[in-house]
Each structure stands twice: as C-alpha cells, then as structure tokens.
Design a protein around this ligand. Structure first.
Ligand SMILES: *Cc1c(COP(=O)(O)O)cnc(C)c1O
Length: 550
C-alpha cells in the first residue's frame, strides 16, 4: 500500500511558523543535525548507499518540473532528502576518496557555517555587512601578505583603504581567474587621448584605436579550462588563449613562451597576459614562475599566477620555495576551498598593486557610492555571502603553523605513495608528485617490459589497450564505492607523446593513511583481474613485441 504523503496547508499562519519556530528537539531535522555534529563520517557512511546506481535510475526521482502546490512537513521532506539525495551523493570526505581537489572539512566549520547563514550578511556593500567587510578585507590582506610579504606599513596603509583593494573574494577559481584577466584586459586597452577605454567603448573600438589585429592570453597546455571561459567572456575568443608546450615535467617551456610572444607581436596581436600555473589540475606541477615573471616584465604583459589549488603551499615554510617568483605576479588566484580545507564557494584573487582593481571599478548611486568601503564596486559578482568569515576562522583556529603541518603531511604522503608505486612490478608512476598530486597506471609486468622495447604501431596498440584497462579499473573502483581515484589523459614524453590515460590522486585528506594507499593499489590489481579478455589482449601484444626482440 502506498501511503499518501501528509501535507500541510498553505496558509499564512503555518508560513509564519517556519520563520519563527525552530524544529522541535525530537524532529527528524534536529536528529540529523545532532548526528552530523557528533560524527559526520559515520552519518555519511550510514546514509550514503555505496552501491552505484545508474544516473538514469536516479533521474527518475527528479522528473517533475512542477513546483508543488501543496506544502509538505519539514520532517517528512527531510526524510525524503535523506532517501533520495544524501543516499545517492558522494562521500567526498572519506579518507579513501583520493581523486578530487576539494577536501574533507574540519568539524568547527559546520556550526560556524550555520552562524554565517543565519546572519546572511551581503558583502556587496557595508550597509548589509558591517563587520564582515573589514573582516573580508583583513582575510584578503592575510592572503596578500602570504604571497607578496609586504611590510606592516603597506598593509596599514592599504588594507582598509576605501578607494583600494588588495584583491577580491569570490565563489571560486574560475571567477578569480576571470577577474584577474578582466583587470589585465582593461589595463592593456585603457583610455588614451580621445579613446575612453575598453570598458566604456568596447573591444571593437579599442582595437581600432590601438591598431591591434587581436589579443592573446598565454598559458601552458596544462592550463585550467576556466581560462578558456575567461577568453570567451572577455571578447578575446577561445582561440585567443594561446597554448604553450610543456616539458616532460608538465612545466611551461619559457623559450617557447618567449618565441610565441614575439611572433604574436609581429602579427599585431597583443599578448596582454601570461598565466603561470602553480599546481596544475592534472599533474600538480608548478611552472617556472620567476622565469615567466622576467619575460612578462621585459615584454610588458600582465603576469597572472593560477594558484587555485597549489597556492596553499605558501603556508609551508618548508615548501613555499617551490612557488618562488609568485611574489612578482601582478595577480594571483587562490581557492580556499581546495587546500585550505574550506567548503566550496571560497575563491580569491589577489592584486600586487592596491590600484589594480581600479580598472574594473563600477559605481551605482543607490549602493557602491564612490569613497565608500563597499567591496561590490570592484568585484564581478554582486550579492555575496559571508564565506570570508569561515576563512578568517580557519586562519585563527588552524593557524599558519597548523596549515604548514597539513601541507607538509600531504606532500610527504604523495612522495610515499610514489615510492610505493615504484616498488610494484605491475604499476607505473606516470607523473612524479611535486606537491600532493600524482598520476600512475596499472601495467601488467610483461607489458611493462614490452613497453621498453617497442615504438610506432606496436607501442600505440599496447598503449591503447592499457588505456582501456585503466578506464575499466577506474570505473569499477568508483562503482564499488569503497574508494575513488580520478582519471585524466596525459601525453608523456616517455611514451612518445601518445595519449595515455592515467589514475590521478590528490592526497590532501589528513585522514588518508598509508594502509589505505596500500589497499587502493591492492583493489586496483584485484579489479584488473576482473577483465580477463582485456588482460589476454595485452598479454598477446606484449608477448609478440618481446618475441620480436629476442
Ligand atoms: C580548481 C582550479 C580552478 C577553478 O577553480 P573553481 O573553484 O573550480 O572555479 C582554476 N585553476 C586551477 C589550477 C584549479 O585547480
């Protein structure tokens, strides 16, 4: 028998209740809240169904496009969320889920988030944020200082200055990158003589005025896809994002960068910005930032560093040298929701110069009046939440020294895992970890031997078979729900730049133990054995390559 769900009545009195009366102590919602604050991991383990359900089946629960006419009770709807949403979500904070960049969260953030949401401050302007605006300016000052190590006087002078900002807080790395390149574009096409600047007259007239045939942003082939969006939005076009080759360590080749800049300039195309990556999304490598800085200085382009993921490394006195040169960047993106262990929605762009953001300043009469300390006049987004409070709290509760421990631990764990992979006869480390991200793949022993001895079509064929195997293992591992590694495609020099599918792991979760790393490899080996046909094919290719050799 199907029970008809209980419905409340849509009348004004019951509506008033949801604004004024909290859920009772025994209510479903309160019980869930208690469980989450007592043991989040256990709560998720109990409620997330690990068995993979096909997306098509899940879609069946989300078919109606009609907004309900009749309200349901909170407790009943909460149960519905548990059954249909929580049960089918991903246990991202599980220590064996090592495939993603957003991470496990410290407990104190749960109740603090509640305070943040309850206060519902809007950071677009002082009138709706008050203490949150100076707080956010301080957080931006802290991150600015972490990167640029300015003097005490510098921050005293600029951090709270109404007509300046040291950066912008936003929802993530994508918006941060767009903001940085927006500033760079407007500065490159600024007002001159009778021309009032690209922000007033638009790209078409700007190009005519300056006599350019096009604009370009340069980044390595490992650049994040958000830069493509930025190029598109800023009117430069996706083809205006010019991709520079990388060396075998996935770092931009400075010579190639230099040559490309010259070639573009000869074609009257202005390379107005170069993006250095500090922690590439696929391999975690860091571009030679100091060398890029020197080129940018000489060629007069804006130097932006995308440190969305890797920027947190600056917290570690032991490893911050890996990002040397970042202090010369005109702008830097950092995502606090990656290696600073904050919930999603915490991105930042920092500007070396307190006046940089003047290039994107907008004022309105009813808010964002000139001379006010409103942050909204220099941000892409309008209404924004008080997320900076959570960053502020983490800076105090975890502290720089605490973050250093977390970062060092992650980097050392990745080095450990890389060693572990190297010790296996049937795994291959594809990219060495520079930070806490590495890539590898499963290669049966004989195939490893064969790879050393083949080229051309034979290599291509074996590599394709291995790609199939990697895909199979990654998918099955995800479906079994015990652990998760992600996968990506690289073109390693060692394998003659062939498309090579690899497992990708990010070891930022402090709860991920060495035992878990061992068992991830064990599980992958075990899953490989579940594809006998594929293994036989690989075996056959390998045998044929090896018999040709001997
Ligand atoms: C994650 C990431 C981004 C995008 O950040 P979002 O917060 O997802 O918008 C940009 N660049 C790099 C290098 C990243 O790792």
């Amino acid at each position: 028998m199907v029970l008809k769900s209980k419905t409340a009545k849509a009348n004004f009195d019951s509506l008033l209740r949801i604004f004024t009366v909290p859920e009772g102590p025994g209510s479903t919602l309160t019980q869930i809240e208690d469980k989450i604050s007592q043991n989040l991991n256990q709560f998720l383990r109990e409620h997330i169904v690990s068995e993979e359900k096909p997306l098509k089946a899940i879609e069946q629960d989300f078919l109606s496009s009609q907004i309900p006419e009749q309200p349901v009770f909170v407790s009943e709807h909460t149960q519905h969320l548990l059954d249909k949403v929580v049960a089918q979500s991903v246990h991202t904070s599980a220590p064996s889920f090592i495939g993603h960049m957003t991470s496990a969260l410290p407990y104190f953030l749960m109740p603090l988030s509640k305070i943040m949401i309850a206060l519902n401050q809007n950071l677009v302007k002082i009138e709706t944020s008050k203490a949150f605006t100076p707080l956010e300016r301080q957080v931006i000052g802290m991150l600015h200082r972490l990167i640029y190590t300015g003097s005490e006087d510098f921050y005293t002078q600029w951090m709270h200055s109404a007509n300046h900002s040291l950066g912008a807080f936003c929802s993530g790395g994508t918006i941060a990158n767009i903001t940085a390149l927006w500033v760079a574009r407007n500065n490159a096409l600024k007002a001159q003589g009778s021309f009032q600047g690209v922000e007033k007259e638009g790209l078409f007239r700007a190009m005519k005025h300056y006599g350019y045939e096009g604009l370009a942003i340069l980044v390595s082939e490992r650049g994040h896809y958000s830069l493509k969006k930025a190029a598109d939005l800023l009117g430069i076009g996706q083809q205006g994002l010019v991709v520079i080759p990388t060396d075998e360590h996935n770092k931009i080749k400075p010579d190639a960068l230099q040559t490309t800049i010259r070639q573009l300039k000869q074609q009257q195309i202005l390379p107005f910005a170069v993006v250095g990556v500090a922690g590439t999304t696929e391999t975690g490598n860091i571009d030679p930032l100091a060398e890029i800085a020197a080129i940018c200085q000489q060629e007069q382009c804006h130097f932006h560093v995308d440190a969305a993921w890797g920027g947190a490394t600056l917290m570690s006195n032991q490893y911050r040298h890996l990002l040397n040169g970042i202090e010369q960047a005109d702008s830097v993106t950092i995502d606090a929701h990656k290696q600073l262990y904050l919930p999603m929605g915490a991105g930042m762009v920092l500007f070396k110069s307190p006046t940089s953001s003047h290039a994107i300043e907008h004022h309105a009469q009813y808010i964002l009046r000139e001379g006010s300390k409103d942050l909204g006049s220099r941000t892409l987004e309008g209404s924004r939440s008080g997320m900076a409070m959570l960053v502020y709290a983490s800076m105090h509760i975890i502290s720089r020294a605490g973050y250093e421990l977390l970062i060092n631990e992650s980097i050392q764990k990745a080095a450990y895992f890389a060693d572990l992979i190297r010790q296996q006869n049937d795994f291959e480390l594809v990219s060495e970890p520079e930070l806490c991200l590495l890539t590898y793949r499963y290669v049966p022993e004989q195939a490893r031997l064969a790879l050393q001895h083949c080229t051309g079509d034979a290599l291509d064929q074996l590599n394709q078979q291995l790609n199939e195997l990697t895909k199979f293992i990654q998918k099955k591992q995800r479906e079994s729900g015990k652990s998760f590694v992600s996968r990506t495609q690289l073109t390693p020099k060692r394998w003659q730049y062939l498309n090579t599918i690899v497992f990708r792991v990010v070891l930022a979760n402090p709860l991920t133990t060495k035992d878990i790393l061992h068992s991830v490899l064990e599980e992958q080996r075990h899953i490989a054995a579940l594809a006998p046909a594929l293994l036989r094919e690989i075996q056959r290719s390998a045998a044929s390559i090896l018999s040709d050799k001997i």
